[in-house]
Write a protein that binds this ligand. Structure first.
Ligand SMILES: C[S@@+](CC[C@H](N)C(=O)[O-])C[C@H]1O[C@@H](n2cnc3c(N)ncnc32)[C@H](O)[C@@H]1O
Length: 205
């Protein structure tokens, strides 16, 4: 575990509170819409990577999803998310994704506002390979990052920014492009941040 990274994010959530962080969204509309665009049902296995304390898990559990895994380097964030749930009906993994070796695969990989912190060529390649081996053939990845017009930093850290085309390209050739769109996220302070979203399908092999 990269302690510095864990400490950074734990402190962020503990000091600011999950509803006041710039990435807080009272309704994870793009995530939900794009997850169902893949044809997902309540039995689709879903991993939310860099899940933080997002309300996505609340919505998935309320809809009856039975196989949801949350992954994040911050235990504070994951505790916050699971404390809100009626029971601990999801799997939790506290890990730095760049050190993670999952022992299973999922039908759907979801990630919002985490991948843009992975910003060296070596780490991007490592993350790309992780996604490719963690999604079943025919499964999907739904990925949302800052767009080319998005902020240069977030949470005091530098970020990478992606056009829709570039984001899909990163995950080829293992994934084919299904859908892409921009979203304007409004932070709790009222600032606008543009996101690039892609839906990708895992090819066989
Ligand atoms: C900007 S927040 C987004 C959280 C959530 N996806 C959302 O939409 O609300 C980024 C999240 O990624 C997590 N994170 C950052 N780098 C990570 C890493 N290398 N491994 C695992 N989690 C990481 C942080 O702890 C944080 O919860």
């Amino acid at each position: 575990m990269t302690i510095d990274r864990q400490t950074h994010w734990d402190q962020r959530y503990a000091k600011i509170g999950y509803q006041n962080v710039s990435w807080y969204s009272p309704e994870p509309r793009s995530s939900i819409t794009l997850i169902y665009r893949t044809g997902a049902t309540t039995s689709t296995s879903i991993v939310d990577v860099g899940a933080g304390a997002s309300l996505l898990v609340d919505r998935l559990v309320a809809k009856g999803h039975t196989d949801v895994t949350l992954v994040d380097v911050s235990r504070v964030a994951l505790d916050e998310a699971t404390d809100r749930l009626p029971d601990h009906s999801v799997e939790l993994t506290v890990v730095d994704v760049l050190e993670w070796e999952p022992d299973r695969q999922w039908d759907l990989w979801h990630e919002r506002a985490m991948f843009h912190f992975v910003n060296t060529d070596e780490d991007i390649e490592q993350y790309r390979q992780l996604v490719a081996r963690s999604v079943v053939p025919g499964g999907h990845a739904v990925i949302g990052t800052f767009s080319e017009n998005g902020p240069l930093t977030c949470s005091g850290l530098p970020v990478a920014r992606y056009s829709l085309e570039r984001l899909a390209e990163v995950f080829s050739p293992e994934f084919e492009h299904v859908w892409s769109e921009h979203e304007t996220h409004i932070t709790p302070n009222g600032d606008a941040q543009e996101f690039s979203w892609v839906v990708l399908r895992r090819l066989p092999g």
